[in-house]
Design a protein around this ligand. Structure first.
Ligand SMILES: [Zn+2]
Length: 302
């Protein structure tokens, strides 16, 4: 009888010890938000719906993504219509109340900062424009920091037991990030005032932050793939100019950039538009280091 009561006592004690809360499940629409979540919540289970070789404007609402969103405690996406072609379908089919629009578990980065290039109205046949402004804001380190602050409090809301941990992680990260931003700005001094030809507005925040200027876009209208007529018109338009390079993202077909390069003698530069763990660029810090190195090499060669 004594043994039995002792066991009961142990069982009771075990029941009173709080079990560690389960790791958060985080669904990121793009790799940059997975990387940011990883920095602030290293124990969470984080996955990204897209990778660096995919165009985040257009992906398929695959069943595996629906299943992941169904399990998610928190979803982090760019917003500003970037995912308008696929995220609503995922949200609807996942039927997870935590990540429906307007809920604290659904974080849109573009709603936390001031976006650039907002449109009062979308002109007829404007192309695939984002009226809420440019959604590719993760390439501005300052706006990224603002999103990180909101993300850390949303993490705390989703997982109150670890709220203090998330807050501390954000403060550490933010302090370090601030120092890195100053270093990047210093390192970028030789880039200031240079011009570029681009394909889509993917890096517009980054160019602005660095003081680079876009003089032409291979897309005739935002989101519309390059056409032979538009490319031909660019040959004349950029003659006499000395842009650093014709820039495209890794997920884009580089053939238009190469065509223009052949006609103009300008170099082509393919850049990572987001973190790429498959290429050893796992953190946002590594991404910015990498992008700066790529651009500075272009200056030393020009
Ligand atoms: Zn876009």
């Amino acid at each position: 009888m004594r043994i039995r009561s002792k066991l009961t006592g142990l069982a009771l004690a075990a029941a009173l010890v709080p079990l560690p809360a389960q790791a958060l499940e985080i669904f990121a629409c793009e790799p940059e938000w997975a990387a940011l979540a990883q920095a602030l919540a290293p124990e969470a289970r984080i996955s990204s719906a897209t990778h660096v070789f995919q165009d985040p404007h257009y992906i398929e609402a695959r069943p595996s993504l629906i299943a992941r969103l169904r399990r998610a405690d928190l979803a982090v996406c760019s917003g500003a219509s970037l995912e308008a072609g696929w995220l609503p379908a995922l949200q609807q089919r996942a039927a997870n109340p935590k990540v429906q629009p307007g809920r604290a578990g659904m974080l849109f980065a573009a709603e936390q900062v001031e976006t650039i290039d907002q449109l009062d109205h979308v002109p007829f046949a404007a192309g695939d424009v984002h009226p809420e402004g440019n959604p590719h804001l993760h390439l501005d380190p300052e706006r990224l920091r603002q999103v990180a602050a909101v993300l850390s409090s949303r993490l705390g809301q989703a997982d109150p037991d670890r709220a203090a941990q998330y807050r501390a992680a954000y403060l550490r990260w933010s302090l370090h990030w601030q120092q890195r931003m100053e270093q990047w700005q210093e390192r970028a001094a030789p880039l200031r005032g240079h011009t570029l030809i681009v394909q889509h507005s993917t890096f517009d925040y980054f160019w602005r932050w660095l003081g680079l200027e876009v003089i032409a876009d291979l897309e005739p209208k935002p989101g519309v793939p390059p056409t032979p007529g538009h490319l031909a018109s660019l040959v004349e338009r950029v003659s006499g100019e000395q842009p650093l390079a014709i820039v495209h993202s890794w997920y884009q077909d580089p053939k238009s950039a190469h065509w223009l390069a052949e006609k103009t003698g300008l170099p082509v530069l393919g850049l990572l538009s987001t973190t790429a763990p498959e290429r050893g660029i796992e953190t946002l810090e590594q991404l910015f280091d990498h992008l700066l190195t790529q651009l500075l090499e272009q200056v030393s060669e020009s």
